[in-house]
Design a protein around this ligand. Structure first.
Ligand code: ASP
Length: 463
């Protein structure tokens, strides 16, 4: 097994080491050949003899060599391993590489994105993408440790499930055992996390994969994305905002020490004020928009519970009813506004909170309805048919067996990192994102099913 990263060699002067990796570059000086050997940790310079002449960049090799301190004037301060070099004793070429279809040494912004995604396994060798994935992994660990210390439990929930109304189109999966029936992939674990509160979990989180069949946009990945999904019992809205603010402030200090947060505590903007003052409910509050190191977090609160329904709210009444939920139909009305549900629903404020970062909405959540009568009333106001209500009967039943007041939030991990890293697209922080046409280019997904598969599912494809 490989047990050293190339950057470990800095501390191993005088030792003989086995190094594995890729040939990053080669400089041929007649009798001696220099290569930069690269692995996930970085690069180290290796000095080899004639046998190194046959190497091409991106060949995979194993080198046994002596770690030597570089003479003072040859130290390269730009490299982590700039104080050492490896004097190769043996070279083993493990696998040869053809010339790559895309260059991987620059930041890659100038390369056509389709090509980068088709050859994503090469594109990930690029230092920038590797850094993004590394930071995502570290952010995940940081969040997990933080929440565990706060008494949260990490619980996973089904992917093959029933529709969750987050306002987007569902992905459907045909059932073989119950022909004609379909699973829906979750748009979020919303109902499950609320059921976990009924179950007495009290503090839940999950790095949840969410599936939404929406048209692709730059700041949104097509098809699926990851949320830090969390839910808490016996809390008020302020508790959720305070927890997230503390978590992301500490995460910024730990993972992005060069970044500074514009304002602490984060501003909390009532929805109406944000609209009046900035013309949007996700204002970019950076003091200097040219400063790539500034992170302007803010909360938008006091959203109206309902908006006027349009034809686009196809999940709800599809224009049949007057109102659609601003957030989703489980969001609680402000307690002072409950009488307005009967008299003037558009005036009801919801206990919704949106997290904004540098002008992007990076998460939303709310305090939830936990009283069946109010949930019923909201179903009626958004024009649910008897059949639609029946789809959510399990929620109302669950609420009849002792339900704690609860609420939560789900910051989008990819979007948050995109904004923190100053990337223009979420695809830059996802290992294998879908391309613009919703295709996973590396695998050529989606692809047609065979006749035998369709027959087994009882499905006929019509043009
Ligand atoms: N399920 C919601 C969403 O995906 C978040 C939440 O209300 O906690 O936007």
């Amino acid at each position: 097994m490989k047990n050293l990263f190339v950057t470990d060699t800095v501390k191993m002067i005088g030792k003989t080491v086995d190094l594995y990796g890729w040939v990053d570059s080669k400089r041929d000086h007649k009798k001696i050949v220099f290569i930069d050997l690269r692995d996930r940790s970085g690069i180290v310079q290796v000095v080899g003899g004639e046998e190194f002449k046959s190497l091409s960049t991106e060949d995979v090799v194993m080198i046994t060599g002596l770690v030597k301190k570089r003479p003072e004037k040859l130290v390269n301060p730009k490299l982590v391993t700039g104080t050492v070099e490896i004097e190769a004793k043996t070279l083993k070429i493990i696998s040869k590489a053809k010339p790559l279809p895309i260059p991987i040494n620059g930041d890659g912004y100038d390369i056509n994105e389709e090509s980068r995604l088709k050859y994503r396994y090469l594109d990930i060798r690029r230092a920038r993408i590797l850094r993004n994935l590394t930071l995502k992994s570290r952010a995940t660990l940081f969040i997990r440790n933080y929440l565990m210390k706060q008494g949260f439990l990490e619980v996973d929930t089904p992917i093959l499930t029933k529709t969750t109304p987050e306002g987007a189109r569902d992905f459907l999966v045909p059932s073989r055992l119950q022909k004609g029936s379909f699973y829906a992939l979750p748009q979020s674990p919303q109902q499950y996390k609320q059921l976990l509160m009924v179950a007495g979990i009290e503090r839940y989180f999950q790095f949840a994969r969410c599936f939404r069949d929406e048209d692709p946009r730059a700041d949104r990945a097509y098809g699926e994305f990851t949320q830090l999904d969390l839910e808490m019992s016996f809390v008020e809205q302020n508790d959720i905002l305070t927890l997230i603010e503390d978590l992301f402030t500490k995460l910024t200090h730990e993972l992005f020490p060069d970044k500074h947060i514009s304002q602490s505590p984060w501003p909390r903007l009532p929805h109406r004020l944000a609209k009046e003052k900035y013309g949007t409910d996700k204002p970019d509050l950076r003091k200097n928009k040219k400063d790539p190191d500034e992170l302007a977090f803010a909360w938008t609160v006091d959203f109206p519970l309902f908006t006027e329904q349009t034809q686009e709210d196809f999940f709800y009444g599809s224009g049949r009813a007057k109102f659609a939920p601003s957030h989703h139909m489980f969001t609680a009305p402000h307690p002072d506004d409950i009488p307005l549900l009967d008299s003037d629903p558009l005036k009801v404020r919801g206990l919704q909170h949106d997290l904004v970062l540098n002008g992007y909405e990076v998460g939303g959540g709310s305090i939830r309805i936990h009283q069946s009568e109010i949930q019923q009333k909201v179903f009626d106001l958004i024009g649910f048919t008897a059949e639609q209500k029946h789809q959510f009967a399990h929620m109302l039943e669950a609420f009849s067996y002792g339900v704690p007041p609860h609420g939560g939030i789900a910051p989008g991990l990819d979007r948050l990192l995109m904004a923190a890293l100053g990337e223009a697209s979420v695809r830059e922080v996802i290992a294998f994102p879908a391309s613009s046409g919703g295709r996973i280019a590396v695998m050529e997904a989606p692809s047609p099913a065979t006749d035998a598969q369709l027959k087994e599912l009882g499905i006929k494809v019509v043009d």
